[in-house]
Each structure stands twice: as C-alpha cells, then as structure tokens.
Write a protein that binds this ligand. Sequence first.
Ligand code: FES
Length: 106
Amino acid sequence: KPAAKKTADGFTVVGSVAQLEQAGYLQTKQLAVVKDPANPKKLLAVNPKCTHQGCDVKWMAGEKKYECPCHNAEYAADGKVLKGPATKSLAKYPTKIVGTQVLVKV
Ligand code: FES
C-alpha cells in the first residue's frame, strides 16, 4: 500500500473514486469513507473506532450501515448511532474529490 500523502490544506488521499465505486467503501485504520445513501454524489467519512469500547466497526454495504463486531452497536453512514450500546456518534471528517482521488481531512 502506498503511503498516504497529505496535501497542503490537510487533506489526505485515501484512494481513487474507482476503488470506492468498486468496493462500496474505502477504509484505513484511521478512517472509513462511503457514499451517502441519501445522496450518492456526497461522500461521508468517519473514524471507524467504535465509541463504546474502541473496536473497529465494519461497513455493511448491503444494509448501508456500520456494525461493531464487539457488542453489536450500529451506526449510520454519517456516524450517527442506530443501535446501542454505543451512545456517541462516530467522529466525522470532511471529504472531497479531486480529479480521480478521494481525499479526507483527519
Ligand atoms: Fe463497539 Fe462495544 S466496542 S459495541
């Protein structure tokens, strides 16, 4: 995997639009990017660390939500809690597309 490159405005390339289209999401240790189910032209990036006890949540493409493998908390694409035990939303990050690349500011 190539090292992430940070641009002058603080955004980091996390992958290409084509990769996102193909996989339905982009994920690194620090962040996860998906298309907004309500508006596919918009991207949503969150910190995948569960706010309950810190496990890494997984994007369930079919159900369009994040699930935590540890105690089954669920989050929407924008990080809002759908199901406990978590009570706090996942942290959100700004995203943008430049050319063919997806960038996120962490
Ligand atoms: Fe995610 Fe407990 S750590 S639900």
